[in-house]
Write a protein that binds this ligand. Structure first.
Ligand code: LMR
Length: 394
């Protein structure tokens, strides 16, 4: 049966991780997969997470099944974190999912169930897994212009011109904050315009927010999403605890649906539960149980927020340091974009040939397409990165 299979293409992010691990050079630098590292190069377990996990180990009464929607205290807390105070909050329903990829897939399947003819519009470029996940659910995928690689800025005019053409059969997939891969975020004015266009044209906003708290702060990073949730009749959200709780391997995320009414959202939730039953049945409990404990406990929640703020500040300091060292060595402000972008990533515009030389000659691993994970840098590695970039003609 399997002899006939054609070998599948590799995921560029995960393949790079494998190549980096196999590299024996001690001064190699991993700027690939989106993982936060401290100055020692470690991805530590957050204190709030460790405390909640220890508490859980001591007090959790059973490991029996939870249910198709996962932990409802988690679902409530995630919904509140994103939507409290918006008009959409009372019409929202959430399902815990295995990571945000699980949420993306469940929401894509939901859309395919409700509107098989729908086209999902993703940014050019977008997270490498957006297109495969949407297509796996049988949805058509098209791209809207997003990033100008020469200016390293979002081309908001071109983006809005395309969005203004969308209609009721279209789904607009937006990054809530900290755009992956570019690091270029949508301005408040554009979020407002997108909201008006959604109302005028009738397309469905689909917000993927995997980095809340890694840009300008927990509330600030959800401002665009909240603007939409205040105005539109329907929208869907995929959210993740991988980065802002550091729970990467626990696969903790949620799919949230805002319906025209609370009853409509509940019906959508029932469909997601049916879809989950047909795939993984129930999401893994551990990560969501930890998050629920943190978000429902004032002291743990404060500790988590403080730790998240510290990570956020460190990323922004690394960005400032990159700008400063590039300015000093290259005598140029052409790398200032590192300071303007937000979140873990920046797109550098380096060619495939430059990326290959960075890897082979300098042991610097950057994802195809030129995405750099700034949050994976250590302060000590910045001079190596600056030197390597300039040596390949960046
Ligand atoms: C990334 O973009 O590096 C992360 O979101 C990891 C992943 O799942 O691809």
């Amino acid at each position: 049966m399997f002899n006939e299979l054609i070998a599948p293409g590799q995921d560029p992010i995960l393949a790079l991780t494998v190549a980096f691990r196999a590299d024996q050079r001690p001064d190699k630098v991993d700027l690939g997969i989106g993982v936060y590292r401290n100055s020692a190069g470690e991805t530590p377990v957050m204190q709030a997470v460790r405390r909640a996990a220890m508490d859980l180990a001591e007090t959790q009464p059973t490991k029996s099944y939870v249910g198709l929607a996962g932990d409802e205290r988690f679902n409530q807390a995630m919904t509140d974190l994103l939507l409290a105070g918006t008009a959409g909050h009372a019409r929202a329903a959430a399902v815990q999912t295995p990571g945000a990829s699980g949420a993306l897939r469940m929401l894509a399947e939901l859309i395919a169930t409700a509107r098989p003819s729908a086209t999902v519009w993703i940014s050019r470029p977008s997270y490498v897994n957006h297109k495969p996940v949407m297509e796996s659910a049988g949805l058509a995928v098209r791209e809207y212009p997003y990033f100008n690689v020469d200016t390293k800025q979002v081309d908001e005019q071109a983006m809005l011109a395309q969005i203004a053409q969308l209609g009721p059969d279209d789904v607009l997939l937006l990054h809530g904050c900290c755009h992956n891969p570019t690091g270029g975020d949508i301005s408040a004015a554009s979020w407002q315009r997108i909201t008006e266009l959604a109302l005028e044209r009738g397309f469905l906003p689909f917000v993927d927010i995997a980095y809340q708290g890694f840009g300008d702060g927990l509330q600030e990073d959800a401002a665009g999403l909240r603007r939409l949730a205040d105005a539109v009749p329907e929208m869907v959200i995929a959210t993740s605890c991988s980065k802002n709780f550091g729970l990467y391997r626990e696969r903790t995320g949620a799919a949230i649906v805002i319906g025209e009414s609370a009853a409509a959202a509940a019906k959508a939730k029932a469909h997601i539960q049916r879809l989950a039953r047909g795939t993984y049945t129930m999401p893994p409990d551990h990560g969501a149980a930890i998050v629920a404990r943190i978000l429902h406990d004032d002291e743990l929640r404060q500790l988590w927020q403080d730790e998240l703020t510290a990570m956020n500040e460190r990323i922004n300091q690394l960005r400032a340091e990159l700008v400063q060292q590039f300015r000093a060595v290259a005598q140029s402000d052409r790398f200032d974009y590192f300071g303007q972008h937000r979140g873990m990533f920046s797109v550098t515009g380096l060619s495939a040939e430059q990326l290959a030389r960075l890897k082979t000659d300098h042991g610097i691993y950057v994802v195809d397409g030129g995405r750099v994970n700034v949050a994976g840098l250590s302060e000590a590695a910045i001079p190596t990165v600056v030197k390597g970039f300039l040596a390949v003609g960046a």
